[in-house]
Write a protein that binds this ligand. Structure first.
Ligand code: NAD
Length: 387
């Protein structure tokens, strides 16, 4: 029963894969832990395979199922469209949804390239609809706490930002590319390889914590040059970057050093970063996501050392809403926090970060990286608006 004070937010989810599940879980849980006037309602699930879509809808409690995303746009019982499809479909769906006056929550990377990203930002802003892009790692409490510590000026002037995102799942040359399961290896569906898939997360976090990246120089490599394409059954060239390393300048004068690969045997999703300032340093690792490592040079010298802060206390970001101090939460909670903040933004009328415009700044850095890997020169990013 919906009270007078409560407003339904009727969600249409496009796609029922990994992110379809992570987001559905977030919509279902958010109201129990982060009370809001806005109550997400799982209104429509869109998937092209009707049987699979129906099974997903039943498991997660969606009211309706459709097999073409255009039906979602035409419906008047949908307030927000959540895009959880491969990267090459984000723009078309987001622009149509915005033109129809729907709010849009889009998975990352926002777009396939800068031109597409610009069209998406224009469409969303001229429609004036609420929008956000799911750079969810910002909302892991320890990462949010890093933002707070930097905001309080504890690090002082920042000199270095380094990040890695390491995986090992594409080492086998027998792994095909394309189709429903392996679209990430097909450049026509993914846009790029580790740059858009993994480094985009690192860049979003980096620019959020440390401000805009002004220029980059990058090296990419495609270790397996040809793979069988699932749809054609033929051996086809591989167009994605399997690995990417880049160095960069931040506008604040600090230096960045980033690495991502799907060829780091033994690593499944090792996202980590370290920031060094004149007074203090911070380090974080997704494999131990509730810990923030902190070193403060201003501590008494005999006691000085790295502290490992278990970010689970009531005065840590988001944690008051969860269990008792000391009890950890996990990966899925970053999505719950993203929805909670989106609902808060609807209440206040403030933008929900990162907006399309802000996520496009990450897209610009990714584009400059790919350009630099080809030109073998420094490339300017043009990135500037980060919150
Ligand atoms: N924020 C994150 O941490 C994170 C993690 C993983 C993926 N992603 C992003 O989420 C998006 C989806 O990735 P995923 O891992 O969930 O992929 P997935 O392959 O698990 O799921 C994709 C879904 O989209 C559906 N789909 C494809 N084309 C469609 C269309 N035209 N109409 C309707 N449905 C369609 C597929 O059937 C599938 O259900 C990608 O953009 C990816 O980069 C983000």
């Amino acid at each position: 029963m919906v009270s007078e004070m409560t407003k339904e937010l009727r969600i249409a989810m496009i796609g029922y894969g990994f992110m379809g599940k992570a987001h559905s879980n977030a919509y279902r849980q958010v109201g129990q832990f982060f009370p809001s006037r806005f109550q997400p309602v799982l209104q429509v699930l869109c998937g092209r395979d009707e049987a699979k879509a129906k099974a997903f809808a039943q498991a997660w409690g969606y009211k309706h199922v459709v097999t073409d995303w255009r039906e979602v746009i035409a419906r008047d019982d949908v307030d927000a469209v959540d895009i959880c499809t491969p990267n090459n479909s984000h723009a078309e769906i987001a622009i149509a949804a915005a033109k129809a006056g729907k709010m849009v929550l889009c998975e990352k990377p926002l777009s396939m390239d800068v031109e597409e990203g610009e069209r998406m930002v224009r469409a969303i802003e001229s429609a004036g609809v609420a929008n956000t892009v799911w750079y969810n790692y910002r909302r892991i409490p320890a990462v949010t706490m890093a933002k707070q510590l930097i905001g309080e000026g504890r690090l002082g002037k920042i000199f270095h930002f380094r990040a890695q995102f390491l995986q090992d799942w594409t080492i086998s040359a027998d792994l095909p590319q394309g189709g429903a399961g392996l679209w990430r290896l097909d450049a026509s569906a993914a846009g790029s390889g580790v740059t858009g898939d993994l480094l985009a997360h690192c860049i979003d976090t980096a620019q959020w914590l440390n401000g805009p990246i002004s220029r980059v120089v990058a090296r990419t490599e495609t270790f397996v040059k040809e793979r069988v394409h699932i749809l054609s059954g033929k051996m086809e060239p591989v167009g994605i970057d399997d690995a990417c390393e880049f160095i960069c300048d931040f506008e604040n004068g600090s230096l960045g050093n980033f690495e991502s690969t799907r060829y780091a045997r033994g690593h499944k999703a090792k996202y980590s970063f370290e920031i060094n300032g004149e007074n203090a340093s911070i380090a974080w690792d997704l494999h131990d996501l509730h810990r923030l490592e902190y070193f403060d040079h201003r501590d008494q010298s005999s006691l000085r050392g790295w502290r490992s802060i278990h970010v689970t206390d009531g005065d840590h970001p988001y944690m008051k809403q969860w269990w008792v101090p000391g009890l950890a939460i996990g990966y899925e909670h970053s999505f719950i926090h993203h929805v909670a903040d989106f609902l808060k933004s609807l209440e206040s009328g403030a933008p929900a970060h990162p907006t399309f415009r802000e996520a496009h700044e990450t897209g610009k850095v990714c584009a400059a990286i790919l350009k630099s890997a080809k030109s073998e020169r420094w490339e300017l990013t043009g990135a500037s608006e980060i919150r």
